[in-house]
Structures are given as C-alpha cells and as structure tokens.
Design a protein around this ligand. Structure first.
Ligand code: GNR
Ligand code: NI
Length: 173
C-alpha cells in the first residue's frame, strides 16, 4: 500500500468528469487500498478517486468514530433524496477551508462494492453529506461552487498563496 498525492484546489484536474468502471479487478482493489491509506492518514471521512488523479467513478468513506466502517462506492447513483440540511464542510483538496453547504438530509444510494456486488444504502447525517460531496467530486464539482463568487475568489487566493509559500520552502530545503 502507498499513500497517494491529493490534488489541491485550484488544480484543473479536479474538474475532470470521471468515467464509469466496467469491471472490479485486483488493480482497482489496489487503488482502493491506497485510497484508504491516504484518507486515514489525512484524517478524512471520504475520498474520491478524482482527488488522487484517477478519473473513474469510485469513492470511499468512513464516517465512524473509530475508523472501522470502511465503505467503497463504485459507479454510485443517488436514487432518492429528501429534506434539506446545511452543514459546515471541509475537503482534503482545500486544506484549512470550511464552509456551510446545503445538501439533501436523507438519501438512498446504489453502488457496487469492492467484490463487484451491487448494494443499496440509506444514509443521513455526516454520511449522507459525505456521499453527496464525493459524488460531486466525480462530476468535477467542488463544495466551493455552492458559495458566492466573492467567497470563491478569497478561497482561491488563500490557497494559491499557501501553495506558493510551500513551493518556496520546498525549494530552499
Ligand atoms: O474529510 C472530509 N470531511 C468532510 C466534512 C464535511 C463534509 C464533507 C467532508 S468530505 C472530506 C474529505 C474529502 O475531501 N472528500 O472529498
Ligand atoms: Ni472533498
């Protein structure tokens, strides 16, 4: 297993629309294992393949307290969405950025798991938010897209500045 690099906003590759997966094989399972290592090491509750520059319809999530409820979603589709709910979100592609986003409160999702079996899942709370956030990633959509242009431009400037500073530190050491 190896930790993967997470693309950071405003990297244009985060805008790629991911392609459906037609077979679940060992190579895909190896990518899934690397994604779990990356997500757990980064203290994330979800990670979309798009974020690690793999443009296939796949994401993982673990919204449990003890990091022991690993979920894999291949070719996910939301089949039912009810209610509205605004919650503070973060994203591993936006270090240190948090913003309130409105989502559906309860959803039903259908997807394929790491063994190639189809399943349905009803979700609410953080898991429901996370699933909607991850499916957005697979469509090239980011949580800041829901914010005002002013907030988006502030976030872009802040992250661009931080990345310039990180590059400078990297070059010096
Ligand atoms: O780790 C994450 N936390 C989070 C918190 C609120 C709403 C969504 C998320 S997902 C995020 C990890 C991530 O960037 N997934 O794409
Ligand atoms: Ni994210």
């Amino acid at each position: 297993m190896s930790k993967l690099t997470v693309l950071k906003y405003p990297d244009e590759r985060l805008r790629t629309v991911a392609k459906p997966i037609d077979s679940v094989d060992d190579a895909l399972r190896a990518t899934i294992d690397d994604m779990f290592e990356t997500m757990y090491e980064s203290q994330g509750v979800g990670l979309a393949a798009t974020q690690v520059d793999v443009h296939r319809r796949l994401f993982i999530a673990d919204c449990s307290e003890d990091q022991n409820e690993a979920l894999v979603f291949i070719n996910p589709e939301i089949t039912k969405a009810e209610g509205h709910f605004a919650n503070e979100e973060g994203c591993l592609s936006f270090p240190g950025v948090y913003a309130k986003v409105e989502r559906a409160e309860r959803i039903t999702v259908t997807a394929t798991d790491r063994n190639g079996e189809q399943f349905n899942l009803d979700a609410e709370g953080l898991l429901a938010i996370c699933i909607q956030h991850e499916i957005d990633h697979l469509n090239g959509k980011l949580f800041v897209d829901y914010l005002s242009p002013l907030k988006q431009s502030r976030i872009r400037k802040k992250l661009e500045k931080e990345q310039r500073m990180n590059e400078k530190v990297g070059a010096e050491s």
